[in-house]
Every structure is written in C-alpha cells, then in structure tokens.
Design a protein around this ligand. Structure first.
Ligand SMILES: [Zn+2]
Ligand SMILES: [Zn+2]
Length: 340
C-alpha cells in the first residue's frame, strides 16, 4: 500500500504552482428540472472526458457539489466551462436564478487524487434528510478575515463545527464545539439536545461551506437568529489566512485524505482499509507482513492489524482453521486416552 511517506519532504522550497495537479472544489445551489439535470450531467461528463480531468460530482435537483483535478490547464478549463456561457445546457443554469454564484476553492496536489471522473445522482447535494429546506435562501456569510475579526471581537459566541467526528478528530478551530456527528443528518438533533444559547451569535464552519448552507437554515428554523457561516469553509480559510485560529489538518474526500493549512496533502493519513475513515497508525500486516497504515480504532480490533480487508479475512480464516484443528487434536487425544 502507498503511504506517501516522504512525499512532502523534499519539495517544501518549491513554488506551489509547480506542483503537478490543480484540485478545485465547488458547489452551487440552483433549481434543476429533471430533464435539464440529465442534459447538464451529460455535458459535464463529455467536457471532463475531452479535458482528461478526474473528479467526483454530486448532482441533484437542488444543485451541484464536487471536486475535480487535472493539469493546471485542464482543471481551469473545466471550471471556466461551468462559469462561462459557451455550452447551452450549462448557460441555462446561470439564467435559472440569480441567487447563488459558484463557490470555487483551489488546492494543489502532487499525486492525482482521483481514479476517474464520476457524477453521482442524489436527492440532495448535502444529505440533511429534510426536503423542506431550500438552501438557496441566503444566510450570513463571513469571509475568512471577517471570521477572525468576529471571533476576536466577540469572546462570547458559539463556535460550532458541523462536520463528522472523524473529521474533527484530525483538526478544528480552536475552542469550537465538536458535535461528534456520525453524519450530517444528526446535526439538528445535536442542536436540540445541546441547545446552545439563542441570544449569542452562532458561527458555523465545515470543509468547503456547503454543509453550513443547510446547517444555518436548520438553525434559523430552530429559532436562532444570529447565525453566521464561514464562506468557503476551512479550505478557503487555509487559502486566505493559513493556519490562523485553526488547529490540526483538514480531511478532504479524495486521495489526498488530509491537507495542512498550506493546502498541502499531509501525507500522514490514509483512508483505513477496514472502515474507510482517516488513520495514521503504522502497522506491519499480521498476514502478509506489508507495511501499512490503518486507523487507531481498527488497530485495537481482532484481525484488523492487517493491510487490507482481504488480509483480515485470510487471517481470520487461518485462526478459525487452527482452532478447528486444535479441537480435532484434543478430541483425538481424549479418544486415545480412553482407548489406553
Ligand atoms: Zn479503521
Ligand atoms: Zn496484508
């Protein structure tokens, strides 16, 4: 298994722009009729193939959310394709409503973070499970600079992370409340249970800003009025401010796994082969003796100190067979002693 162990060691002096791949994350809420959705999906797939970009996009009737990667040129051309009006099905998007603009964030990666280009059709581009929420109605967005100012000028506010526990575990804003969500659907329940004070400002953030679009609307529907969100999320904050008030790294959902405040892949984490969550425990596979990394939770479970699901299964199979053999030997021995 690749661990990227030393991938950052020798290039720290290099200009970031020299790195091979441009990674761009983006989302936008707008209403897409079913028929148009199919046209748009097809247009994007064709463009991605022409340009040779890789990526993962979620498309729904409420908009598009995704990350792509390619060479400087191809990645930029793909984003331009979204932003300009050269393609009729895409151009129709910008006329469909004036409420949202594309929210685009950039980073660089030495390794190509996607295996291919894929667009997934979903009910929502962020899963809240609440279809009554229309994320196009705008909420208060703070730029990274405004965010820092607001926090330093208001010691008495609620700073709330809207991401999942395996994301907050590797980094979050100093002093932020970590709701330890398993998934975003649990967010509203958390707010109801913990009931942060309604008279204080609530500042929320996530990776790229999209979850907060919905979280802030949920907060408002629960009676919170002073709700703010970090525009462009942690990734935009890293781009504009760097580390600032943030502690640790930020999980991203492609092969980079986690980026540091310079937006460089940390090279420290992998997605655990057993559970898919980020991990950095170094192990030597108990089955095939390969060096690998897994998450610390799995490292404590039986058969999981292995480099892959396959090795875990093999190890378990061997253990069960050994147990059966021991049982057979024991019963044979008992028989022998009875015969004697
Ligand atoms: Zn794991
Ligand atoms: Zn193995």
């Amino acid at each position: 298994m690749e661990t990227n162990e030393n991938s950052n060691a020798c290039d720290s002096s290099e200009n970031a722009a020299n790195e091979a791949f441009l990674v761009q994350s983006f989302y936008r809420f707008f209403h897409l009729e079913e028929e148009r959705l199919i046209e748009v999906k097809r247009a994007l797939e064709t463009k991605a193939e022409q340009l040779g970009v890789g990526g993962l996009l979620i498309i729904a009737n409420e908009g598009i959310n995704g990350t792509i990667a390619g060479t400087n040129n191809s990645s930029s051309l793909f984003i331009n394709f979204l932003l300009d009006n050269s393609d009729s099905s895409i151009a129709a998007l910008s006329h469909s409503d004036k409420l949202g603009a594309w929210n685009v964030k950039e980073a660089r990666s030495e390794d190509f973070p996607f295996r291919r280009f894929k667009i997934k059709r979903r009910e929502e581009i962020v899963t809240s499970g609440d279809e009554t929420i229309d994320a196009r109605s705008s909420s208060e967005h703070l730029s990274p600079e405004e965010w820092d100012r607001m926090i330093s000028e208001n010691p008495d506010l609620t700073l709330l992370d809207t991401r999942n526990w395996y994301e907050t575990e590797i980094g979050k804003f100093r002093g932020a409340i970590d709701p330890k969500l398993n998934n975003f659907q649990e967010f509203t329940d958390f707010v109801l249970k913990s009931s942060p004070p309604k008279d204080k400002p609530v500042l929320m953030y996530c990776t790229g800003g999209i979850r907060c679009e919905k979280a802030s609307l949920q907060m408002k529907s629960l009676g919170y009025e002073k709700v703010y969100q970090l525009k462009g999320g942690i990734l935009k904050y890293f781009e504009k401010v760097g580390r600032g008030l943030y502690e640790g790294d930020c999980l991203v959902f492609d092969k980079r796994v986690a980026v540091d405040p310079n937006l460089k892949p940390t090279g420290e984490y992998v997605f655990c082969p057993h559970c898919g969550q980020p991990g950095k425990e170094k192990i030597t596979c108990d089955n095939c003796q390969t060096e690998a990394k897994i998450c610390h939770r799995c490292s404590e479970k039986p058969f999981k100190s292995t480099c892959s699901k396959n090795c875990a299964n093999q190890l378990q199979f061997k253990a069960e067979r050994a147990k059966e053999n021991r049982a057979k030997e024991n019963s044979a021995r008992t028989k022998d002693s009875l015969m004697a």
